[in-house]
Design a protein around this ligand. Structure first.
Ligand SMILES: [Zn+2]
Length: 623
């Protein structure tokens, strides 16, 4: 009895080792996901928009043969490896392997989900989407529920300040706002509100309106207390809704009105709010940022709001201490120029300056402006007005100059050691500068400022470089994990199948999707084997729609775009099928051998006999 059980369990392991069971489940999920928007609707939208035109709205494309080329918007590069094919209506980057059809591009670029990307393009092309709320898609419904709850909550909070039908509450928040000199229109625009000091006011308000406790919890508006009771997260605070670029409320920031701590609390991460991915005020500022071609980055909610009240409409805030790469990339859609506006008391902090090196790495031109002592943008604007504020912005210094000035102050010496220290600190910044000319100019300047030979600085730069490179290779390697690793036989076969339906027919007769070792190729085979072969043509662009998962899309575009001409297709196909079969048989044989080894060691004679038999059968059967 024991032995049979063991053999059975081994079989199970054996099956999952080959991955076919898992692979089929995966394919089922893909089919399941597809239920959301009917394929014919997706096709209709695609037919009505040209991928070249859509991508041109974001990236400037240059013609290159039958295709278009550009520097990839998804990773940093100097020579273009991002290709858009008007024939196939797909794009692919050979640098970072992102690729797909027009929906994938919008999804990636706008950082929205697939459904939202479809919606956006549907709107653009005038295609009417069916009501798909009835389809079972938990995540999408949670996301939209959270947006809705946030919106209702924002209305509730703002009701205390602008009298949206609710009884005006304590005068304290009104006093606070009045002291800040914010006018009614700006309060309304930013939907500023107030949460009173009761523990359940919002929870009760939302519950009465039929919103489930679970949804409110998922929106991060309540916290679990003792014995399964819940209470409001924000109490006795001024509330600042946080918007995404599309004006939806993704979370809240809340500030105390006195000096108690913590001064600010924010929404926790939710289905729609991820820390470090948004910039406060960007929804209001983006048009102005684009027009004036620079953004002013301040530190807090009130700085942004006051700036906008004074007509400084390109002000945003980072919603945290340091800018993240995601935030920088988001901003880069609108400008490559940034003025960091620092409070005077923080201006000299080397640590916060070091954080700005990241901007240089992303090819952003960084300047730093400081305000008079004891002032933040909010207090400065209210005291000195717009004109003086503009002057301060005009007087901003490049990160290089700014940092050097601070270092010169700090060391204030002509000693060689101080010079070396200053140069070392400056080089970590210069090293990040992408533009070779700018870099050379900075080194020249640095040499002049410190009366050091330029060559010596170049030598030091090399040292800094190797030191930093050693430190970052491991990080980068993690990213490169995205690159595609498939056996040549599987790759060639997938390519040929995508190009020719007749080959799909041949392969289908010889192999099962589970015969492919690479999970993504397996998904592609699954999709190809299920298409209507009689139609005669494979539309890669549309095939992508039937597989929502990202990686196979990348592989499809990679395979189709790779400029390799495969000669003698028939022979190649049979060779590849052979190779795959051989590889699989070898894998099976190896697996049997391993189990045989275990059986022999443990003295399971019957099992040993059975495995030897299995091994021989497999050898006899041929391929
Ligand atoms: Zn790329």
């Amino acid at each position: 009895m024991f032995r049979i059980q063991e053999i059975q369990s081994q079989k199970v392991t054996f099956l999952s080792l080959r991955g076919s069971a898992a692979g089929e489940d995966e394919a089922m999920t893909h089919r399941g996901l597809m239920g959301k928007i009917p394929e014919n609707i997706l096709n209709e939208i695609q037919d009505k928009c040209d991928i070249v035109e859509v991508i041109s709205g974001y990236v400037s494309l240059r013609p290159s043969g039958r295709n278009f080329k550009a520097c990839c918007p998804f990773h940093h590069e100097k020579t273009p490896s991002f290709i858009v094919s008007p024939d196939k209506q797909i794009y692919h980057c050979f640098g970072c392997n992102s690729g797909g059809n027009v929906f994938n591009f919008i999804k990636e670029h706008e950082k929205i989900d697939f459904i939202e990307a479809v919606k956006m393009l549907a709107e653009k092309t005038g295609v009417k989407l069916p009501e798909y709320r009835s389809y079972d898609d938990q995540e999408a419904s949670i996301v939209s529920a959270v947006y809705t709850v946030n919106d209702i909550a924002a209305n509730y909070y703002s009701g205390f300040l602008v009298g949206g039908g609710l009884k005006p509450s304590p005068t304290l928040p009104e006093c606070y706002i009045a002291k800040r000199g914010l006018d009614e229109s700006i309060i309304k625009k930013f939907r500023i509100g107030y949460a009173d000091s009761s523990w359940k006011a919002l929870l009760d308000y939302l519950t009465v309106r039929g919103i489930k406790q679970d949804t409110i919890l998922k929106a991060g508006l309540i916290i679990k207390g003792k014995e399964n009771s819940y209470y409001d997260l924000f109490r006795n605070r001024i509330i600042f809704p946080i918007f995404d670029v599309r004006n939806r409320i993704i979370g809240f920031g809340a500030r105390v009105m006195d000096d108690s701590m913590p001064k600010y609390i924010n929404s926790p991460e939710t289905a729609v709010y991820k820390k470090g991915q948004h910039l406060y005020g960007l929804n209001f500022a983006k048009a102005d940022i684009k027009e004036r071609n620079f953004a002013i980055i301040t530190e807090g909610y009130l700085d942004v709001i006051t700036c906008h009240q004074y007509g400084v409409n390109n002000a945003i805030a980072s919603l945290g201490t340091a800018l993240t790469t995601e935030q920088i990339r988001l901003l880069k859609r609108y400008t490559h120029n940034v003025v960091m506006l620092y409070d005077a008391d923080k201006a000299g902090e080397m640590a916060s300056l070091r954080g700005l090196d990241l901007l240089l790495e992303e090819d952003i031109n960084v300047k730093i402006a400081t305000l008079e002592k004891d002032h933040d943008p909010d207090s400065f604007l209210r005291k000195f007005g717009r004109e003086n504020f503009d002057q301060a912005i005009k007087k901003s210094k490049s990160l290089f100059t700014y940092k050097l000035d601070i270092l010169k102050d700090k060391f204030n010496s002509t000693e060689p050691e101080s010079k070396a220290e200053t140069i070392e600190e400056m080089l970590t910044t210069i090293n990040r500068v992408r533009n070779a000319i700018v870099k050379a100019e900075y080194i020249k300047l640095l040499a002049q400022e410190l009366s050091v030979k330029e060559d010596a600085i170049w030598d030091e730069l090399k040292k800094v470089k190797t030191r930093l490179e050693r430190r970052t290779t491991t990080d980068e390697r993690r990213n490169i994990g995205k690159s595609i690793d498939i056996s040549p036989a599987e790759k060639i076969l997938a390519r040929l199948m995508l190009e020719d339906v007749n080959i799909v027919k041949i392969v289908k007769g010889e192999l099962k999707p589970s015969d492919f070792k690479n999970q993504d190729i397996r998904n592609i085979a699954e999709a190809l084997f299920s298409i209507d072969i009689e139609e005669g043509l494979i539309d890669v662009c549309k095939l992508i729609n039937s597989m929502e998962d990202k990686v196979p899309q990348n592989i499809i575009s990679f395979i189709v775009n790779e400029e390799v001409n495969i000669k003698d297709r028939e022979k190649n196909v049979s060779d590849c099928i052979m190779t795959i079969k051989k590889e699989n048989r070898n894998m099976l044989l190896k697996d049997i051998q391993n189990r045989l080894h275990v059986a022999q060691k443990s003295g399971y004679e019957e099992e040993e006999k059975r495995l030897v038999e299995e091994f021989n059968q497999l050898m006899k059967r041929g391929l």
